[in-house]
Design a protein around this ligand. Structure first.
Ligand code: FE2
Length: 431
């Protein structure tokens, strides 16, 4: 018996130590010790071996455009949308593709192997849609790229968004998106949720809507989204992204809303880096932070994943394609500080996000696709604490990124301190 690749001695997220044997694109064995030969063996002794990182909310058509043609002065969502409107006529197919591919390289180096990106359909040329469909094909050997038809300027508010969104779906975009809180009236927002869910139902597609991305406690489109999910039989196929208004909603109302979301099996995708940056900008003090009610939803069994949303674009001036940064911020803002909650945050940016995107083939188990990440950390919590280095990234059975382990101790005033990041970690987490 032989394998194409063995990842030896790694620690799995559940605490087991195991060898992982890979044949072709598939995980063929997970055993305490595999006595077999392999074309290549990766020594992961003591390192965390995890399922790949997954980002369920991104904007790849806008990424790496920071500063073009100017920066967002107010830091608000609305100025970001206006700025994107200025940038859109300047876009070219080549430039969108080049930036997206560069971002995909960053993603792979961070072990981020599945991304759901929204793509703006409010452009009669549908240039970004065509460019990202090309990118999807190019990166398919190492990244699962899922596209969401996203009418950024409003499905009804923009005069041609409706027809262009439908055209984008005809071209092969995977998921139906929307932005009900940006329509002209609450009633139009509600109507847009209904029509977009009906489109998804007819086409057998998933739904992922930007929903209630506002500090207005009365923005309640998530209620309609849960209702339509139930009515149209879309259970398990629908996600509400952002849901920031829930931060400000009346508690009694939320006590009715969350069980409805749970019943409809609607997932939630908060984007902590962006939510904490954009929300509360109209407040003085106390200043709301705009993160939705993560722990409260999880307590009711609602699937909640952390999304990244933006990297270097009209809405956000930072970012590195690192889902550990996203989870780290989410952990803080949602106050998920217990060991169990911290471990859950790691699970959110790997397995939970994969489940939200319907990617059943990902995960560390026999029969799953051989896509794995080896991290310079002993367990998921340590990975979060250190935002640990990705030592090796395997996609579909092939090593696609590697970096040497940095074992050198820190030097203090020219003398070795005897302390490196891992030593420090083991002192703080004696096990
Ligand atoms: Fe977004």
């Amino acid at each position: 018996m032989s394998f194409d690749l063995i990842v030896r001695g790694g620690r799995l997220a559940d605490g087991r130590t195991a060898d992982i044997g890979i044949r072709g694109e598939t995980i063929a064995a997970i055993e305490p010790r595999i006595e077999a030969t392999a074309v290549r063996v990766i020594d992961a002794t003591g390192d965390l071996v995890s399922a790949p990182f997954v980002d369920p909310h991104f904007h790849m058509d806008a990424t790496l455009s920071y500063g073009i043609p100017r920066i967002n002065k107010s830091g608000t969502l609305l100025e970001g949308i206006a700025l994107w409107g200025e940038l859109k006529p300047l876009l070219t197919h080549e430039a969108v593709k080049e930036r997206a591919l560069k971002y995909c390289d960053w993603a792979v180096s961070m072990g981020l192997l599945a991304i759901r990106t929204h793509v703006d359909t409010c452009d009669d040329r549908l240039l970004a849609v065509e460019a990202l469909l090309d990118v999807k094909k190019t990166v398919a050997p190492y990244i699962d790229l899922q596209l969401v038809a996203f009418p950024q300027d409003g499905f009804y508010r923009d005069p041609t968004a409706r027809q262009n969104t439908i055209r984008a779906l005809d071209m092969g975009v995977d998921v139906v998106g929307g932005i009900p809180h940006f329509e002209r009236t609450m009633a139009d927002g509600t109507r847009s949720v209904t029509e977009l869910c009906e489109i998804a139902e007819k086409r057998g597609l998933m739904v992922d809507m930007h929903c209630d991305e506002t500090d207005d406690p009365l923005s309640r489109h998530i209620e309609q989204l849960a209702y339509e999910t139930q009515r149209l039989g879309l259970k398990g196929r629908v996600a509400g992204s952002h849901l920031t208004s829930m931060h400000s909603m009346d508690n009694y109302y939320v006590s009715k809303l969350l069980p409805m979301m749970a019943e409809a099996e609607v997932s939630a995708i908060p984007n902590p880096l962006i939510n904490i940056m954009l929300q509360g900008r109209h407040d003085t003090f106390p200043k709301r932070r705009g993160l939705t009610r993560v722990k409260e939803m999880q307590a009711l069994g609602i699937r909640v994943g952390w999304g990244q949303d933006c990297v270097l674009d009209p809405w956000y001036s930072l970012g590195t394609a690192d889902m550990l940064d996203v989870a780290f911020m989410g952990l803080h803002v949602a106050q998920m500080s217990s060991p169990a909650d911290m471990a859950k945050c790691f699970d959110m940016v790997t397995n939970v996000n994969a489940a939200i995107m319907g990617l059943d083939h990902l995960g560390v188990a026999v029969g799953k696709r051989a896509s794995l990440v080896v991290l310079d950390a002993g367990d998921p919590v340590e990975a979060l604490r250190l935002r640990a280095e990705r030592l090796c990234v395997v996609a579909r059975g092939k090593v696609v990124a590697e970096r040497p382990k940095r074992d050198t101790a820190l030097s203090l005033n020219g003398r070795p301190s005897g302390v490196n990041r891992r030593h420090e970690a083991s002192l703080k987490n004696p096990t």
